[in-house]
Design a protein around this ligand. Sequence first.
Ligand SMILES: CC(C)(COP(=O)(O)OP(=O)(O)OC[C@H]1O[C@@H](n2cnc3c(N)ncnc32)[C@H](O)[C@@H]1O)[C@@H](O)C(=O)NCCC(=O)NCCS
Ligand SMILES: Nc1ncnc2c1ncn2[C@@H]1O[C@H](COP(=O)(O)OP(=O)(O)OP(=O)(O)O)[C@@H](O)[C@H]1O
Length: 199
Amino acid sequence: MIKIGLTGGIASGKSTVSRWLMAQGYPVIDADRVSREVVTPGEKGLRLIAGHFGEAMLLPTGALDRKRLGALIFQDDKKRKLLNELLHPLIRTRMLQQLEELEKRREPIAFLDIPLLYESGLETLTDKTIVVYVTPEQQLKRLMKRNGLTEEQARERIDAQMPLEEKAKRADAIIDNNGSVTKTEEQIRALLHKGLFDC
Ligand SMILES: CC(C)(COP(=O)(O)OP(=O)(O)OC[C@H]1O[C@@H](n2cnc3c(N)ncnc32)[C@H](O)[C@@H]1O)[C@@H](O)C(=O)NCCC(=O)NCCS
Ligand SMILES: Nc1ncnc2c1ncn2[C@@H]1O[C@H](COP(=O)(O)OP(=O)(O)OP(=O)(O)O)[C@@H](O)[C@H]1O
């Protein structure tokens, strides 16, 4: 099975590309989704967060207060590092299980949508990588709009990741998502057509 890593910066358009791939029937393992699964009530991830960051990180329902934890970790490198140390092993294990399932089903190709693909060294799991790219101005604008953040809050989140320019340098292929979604879809189609993924 050929494994394609799909990454980019926060709000650069990875989910937009993933959604299109899934609609075409390609299997996509989604790290953000897995990271939500490992912190549902009853899961070890949520217990670890409550233990290290306090019960104040939980909503009255017992679910994770994602807004509160996000506000905390995106403005504090040490706390973000701690959260990563707690959750990343759980996320990695679950993604590997999902990969195994796809191998068993004899899927010829799988996409791994992982925001921190390079930061976490997870590109070693993949055969090729694609970076979904936007300019810094576009990234800031889309992130502020989508998450209702101030410019300062949005910059903190962008700065919590490897610069997108650096990711683009490491990529086997780049999808430019500055234009319309239709233009982006055309680029994915072209990549699939070109046989980039015939390793
Ligand atoms: C801090 C949390 C609760 C905030 O939740 P929220 O619903 O606001 O954001 P969401 O999970 O949808 O993430 C949005 C984007 O933020 C970026 N991001 C998330 N976590 C991190 C991190 N630890 N470091 C850098 N960027 C991150 C990614 O680009 C991600 O796509 C959540 O992001 C989290 O649990 N993060 C730790 C797990 C992780 O590293 N996830 C990234 C994918 S492995
Ligand atoms: N080509 C586009 N034109 C206009 N808006 C777009 C385009 N692509 C994505 N967007 C919007 O930009 C925002 C970010 O896109 P998306 O959620 O796909 O990014 P992401 O890389 O998955 O983000 P994250 O890292 O936070 O998960 C969304 O609100 C989305 O609707």
